[in-house]
Design a protein around this ligand. Structure first.
Ligand SMILES: [Zn+2]
Length: 216
């Protein structure tokens, strides 16, 4: 809540104190696994910090990311995490076995910001962008450390193989490709021609160059 007096003082200093685009409210629900409350609360702080950064990196015209996110821990002995709309559900057993895996929350948070309509485009692009934001941007992993499956369609595995490919494209062949991909995915207008427009090469040709390169 903003008190009128506080608002006036803040406004004089050039800072309104009002919520701005990209600011997010995260509601945590650890009622099924209260022993993990601390882990989830800490994760929510991290998510709140990174949400506006990812929102800026994945900005597109006339799009506002959801302002409210729900983060729920599901008591379960299987599964990892999933996101539907602005609701993220994480399995309790995954956290218990991998307490350092806060990057999982980052990956799921990117899905909230992506906000792609159902059937927007290939899953490998959706998961590749989420893992690009997680591993390349959040974790700062160098391009040579990403897995590069020796397979003519290796990029279709999504996740880290596609994330490393996007990082290579961003730095070597097609700066801005992640933002462009995100924009067309959000509009449901993805076509592999986007790679030809950006580089003059097909995605398969680009992958062949990337997967055979030594990256030295
Ligand atoms: Zn995912």
């Amino acid at each position: 809540m903003i008190r009128p007096g506080l608002y006036l003082v803040s406004a004089c200093l050039g800072f309104s104190g009002l919520a701005h685009p990209g600011e997010v409210q995260i509601t945590v629900d650890a009622s099924e696994a209260p022993e993990l409350s601390r882990w989830v609360e800490d994760g929510a702080v991290l998510m709140k910090e990174w949400y506006p950064r990812f929102s800026n990196l994945l900005a597109s015209p006339e799009f506002e990311p959801p302002a409210k996110v729900i983060l729920r821990i599901r008591k379960s002995d299987k599964g990892v995490g999933s996101t539907s709309g602005a609701k993220i559900v994480i399995s309790s057993s995954w956290i218990e076995k991998h307490p350092d895996d806060v990057g999982l929350l980052i990956h799921e948070l990117v899905h909230v910001i992506q906000n792609y309509p159902v059937g927007a485009g290939p899953v490998w692009v959706t998961e590749g962008i989420a893992d690009y934001m997680r591993w390349a941007i959040f974790e700062g992993k160098p391009v040579e450390k990403f897995p590069k499956p020796q397979d003519p369609k290796g990029f279709k595995r999504g996740y880290q193989p596609a994330a490393g490919f996007f990082l290579w494209l961003e730095t070597s062949r097609a700066p801005g490709i992640v933002r462009r991909l995100n924009t067309v995915m959000r509009k449901g207008e993805y076509s592999p021609e986007i790679f030809v427009d950006a580089t003059g090469q097909t995605v398969e040709e680009l992958w062949a160059d990337y997967s055979s390169s030594s990256l030295k």
